[in-house]
Structures are given as structure tokens and as C-alpha cells.
Write a protein that binds this ligand. Structure first.
Ligand SMILES: [Mg+2]
Length: 375
């Protein structure tokens, strides 16, 4: 399996999980079982919504677009503003800003999160040093950070830089340290898995990254809980709900990891990741990103891939990420991903914080380690 197959799998897998979870996002497990039977919703064809995707897939595509249109935090902010416009308009305007914003299927508003919408409505503000509250929605750690961050791990950045850039961009909407550190952890995990590292080894490495961060403990504890419960036996909805319900960032990541570990293949993992009383489309999307990177496009259920909304666009974006990150022929990219004239003319952005500023810790139990500030 090559890198392209993994990148395609990661993006399309996310769309599959999003589409599978969307019809049951606001249903409890007992309601899901009453509606679909004791195994819950097990087939995208049964979901009844024609493979619709939601804000998770939409924002993931705009994350990729932001990377392809410059990659600075300001470029990510501009990309999320273009996503925000899709939530306010019925269809693309007369002169859409770029190829992605011209895609009709993105102009659907399907329960986007509050922090994401209010955050991107805010003017651009630079990220705070890791370990401090971010400037936008400082108390928020909803899963809207994690569910959109896979592309940072699919852009050839490497796990350290994927972590840093995802966590910085997460602060555009969510300021709680766990909200943005969990996004960093997810991007780093996707980067490692997409590079071919086995899932367990990738998790160990990401846990070391997380543990090196001041205030990384909530994310690390959630990941360790996912591994521990996955090791107890076969995956189950009850197991998922012991890991978490996925409304908050670290639990969303942990549910995805649990499902990926506890299931033998992508289809089983996706089913496991959405059948619970929590945020099913986001846990499905994040799990889909992860198992897609792990098993590749060729490992995803082909019948679901044929059904999911926006498949051709998702695969084009995946191929564009690969092209841009691997010395492919980039001539077609400029037309799809115009660099804004203002952005192109702007001076180089200020360097992001190279070292973590550690607030005073009266308890003396600071988990920060100086040598790991490269994350
Ligand atoms: Mg959603």
C-alpha cells in the first residue's frame, strides 16, 4: 500500500464515518438499537440519507485547501471563512473563491458546532503559546478541532510539525489547551500511520509527544483509556461509551482510536465508532480518517465509497495533498488553489512560538519537559 492510497483512504474514510454517523448523531444507543436492531446501524445503505456528509468532512476539505493555499495560520483562517460562507449561502456565488468553494454539495448546513462557527466569524488572531488559553473561545474543547485536522498529517509535514500546525490552527476556533492539543495529537497520529508506522507504535510515539506538553494530560489519559479498554476484549458499544461520548476533543480522538484498535478491519471499526449515545458523526469521521490512513482506500468498504456524497471531490483533494507534498506535477494545483494576492504579497508571518511558555505551577507537578519543546 503506497502513501497515495493511505491519503485517499484517510480523507474518504473520514467522509464514510461522517456519513454513517450523521443519521444517529443525536440518538442514544437504545434509540439506535430500537431503530436498526441490536447491532445498531451497520450499513451506510441503511442510513437513509443517501450518504450525506456534514461539517466534519466539509471542514476537513477546507483544512486541506488552507494548506494547499499557503498553509500559514492566516491561510487556514481564510479557508475556514470560505467554509463558513457555505453555511450561510444556499449555493456557490457567482464568483466563488477557488475550486473547492464552487462545489455545490458543500453548501449544506448540517449541525456545525458553535465554537467552529463563532470562531471563524472572529477576525484572525495569532495562536497563544501551547499550554496557555488560546485567544478565541478560550474555554472550548469541543471535538470540532480534532474532526477537521487529519490533513495536517497528510501533507508531508512529519509528526512534529503536523502536531504543531494542527494545534495552532485549532486555536482559530477553540482556546482550551485540550481542545487544540488533542487536534495536534490526532494530526501527529495520522502522519505516523500514513507513513506506515503500525498503529500501536504510532500511539506510543504520539503519547510521548502529548506527555511532553504542559496540560497534555487530559489528552494522554483519554488515549491511554482507549488502549486499555481495547485490550480488554472485542470491541462493543459499551466499550465505546466507557471510553467517552466524543463531544469533547480528547474523547472524540479516544473513541476513534479505540474503534481502530478493537476492530479487525475498516468497516467494523466505522460501525463501532458511530453506534453510541454521543457525537456519532464526528467520532465516525475521525475514526474513518485513522482507519483510512491505516488500511488505505483499498481497505475501505467499496459499496460505501460508491454511495458517499462528494467522493470525487474528496479524492481530488487527497491527490492534491499528495502532489503538493511529494514533488508531483503541481501545474494543475494553481488553478484549483489560488494564492490570495494579499497573502502572496504579505511579509513572512511571525514565527510561531518555538518554546512553550510554562505558566507558574504552584503544585510543582508541571509535566513539561524542556527537551521536547520542538512539538
Ligand atoms: Mg458533523
Amino acid at each position: 500500500m503506497d502513501f497515495t492510497d493511505r491519503v485517499r483512504g484517510a480523507l474518504l474514510g473520514g467522509a464514510l464515518g461522517d456519513a454513517l454517523g450523521w443519521p444517529i448523531e443525536f440518538q442514544r444507543l437504545d434509540q439506535i438499537r430500537a431503530r436498526f436492531g441490536p447491532d445498531g446501524l451497520t450499513d451506510l445503505a441503511d442510513a437513509g440519507l443517501g450518504g450525506q456528509v456534514t461539517d466534519d468532512t466539509q471542514m476537513t476539505l477546507f483544512t486541506a485547501e488552507g494548506l494547499l493555499r499557503g498553509g500559514r495560520p492566516e491561510d487556514l483562517h481564510a479557508a475556514y471563512r470560505r467554509w463558513f460562507l457555505t453555511q450561510r449561502l444556499p449555493e456557490p456565488g457567482r464568483d466563488p473563491d477557488g475550486w473547492l468553494a464552487a462545489q455545490d454539495f458543500l453548501y449544506a448546513s448540517r449541525a456545525p458546532g458553535n465554537a467552529c462557527t463563532t470562531g471563524v466569524a472572529t477576525d484572525y488572531r495569532p495562536a497563544a503559546p501551547f499550554g496557555q488559553d488560546g485567544p478565541v473561545n478560550p474555554g472550548s474543547k469541543g471535538c470540532g478541532t480534532v474532526m477537521r485536522s487529519a490533513p495536517f498529517g497528510l501533507f508531508g509535514l512529519g509528526p512534529q510539525e503536523a502536531f504543531r500546525q494542527a494545534a495552532v490552527a485549532a486555536q482559530l476556533t477553540h482556546g482550551h489547551p485540550t481542545g487544540y492539543l488533542a487536534a495536534g495529537a490526532f494530526a501527529a497520529l495520522v502522519a505516523r500511520v500514513a507513513a506506515g508506522t503500525p498503529l500501536r507504535a504510532a500511539l506510543d510515539a504520539v503519547l510521548a509527544q502529548v506527555d511532553a506538553q504542559y496540560l497534555g494530560q487530559e489528552t494522554g489519559d483519554a488515549l491511554r483509556r482507549a488502549v486499555r479498554i481495547a485490550d480488554e476484549g472485542p470491541g462493543s458499544a459499551e466499550g465505546v461509551e466507557r471510553v467517552g461520548l466524543g463531544w469533547i476533543a480528547e474523547e472524540c480522538l479516544a473513541v476513534a482510536v479505540y474503534a481502530a484498535l478493537a476492530a479487525p478491519d475498516a468497516r467494523t471499526a466505522l460501525v463501532l465508532s458511530v453506534n453510541h449515545s454521543g457525537d456519532s458523526d464526528s467520532t465516525g469521521a475521525v475514526c474513518g480518517n485513522l482507519v483510512g490512513a491505516l488500511h488505505g482506500l483499498s481497505g475501505l468498504p467499496a459499496d460505501w465509497c460508491a454511495l458517499v456524497e462528494g467522493r470525487d471531490v474528496v479524492l481530488q483533494v487527497a491527490d492534491d495533498l499528495v502532489t503538493a507534498s511529494t514533488h508531483g506535477d503541481r501545474s494543475a494545483l494553481a488553478a484549483r488553489y489560488p494564492q490570495a494576492a494579499v497573502a502572496a504579497a504579505a511579509p513572512a508571518p511571525a514565527a510561531p512560538p518555538a518554546t512553550v511558555v510554562v505558566p507558574a505551577d504552584p503544585s510543582g507537578r508541571t509535566r513539561f519537559r524542556q527537551r521536547d519543546t520542538g512539538v
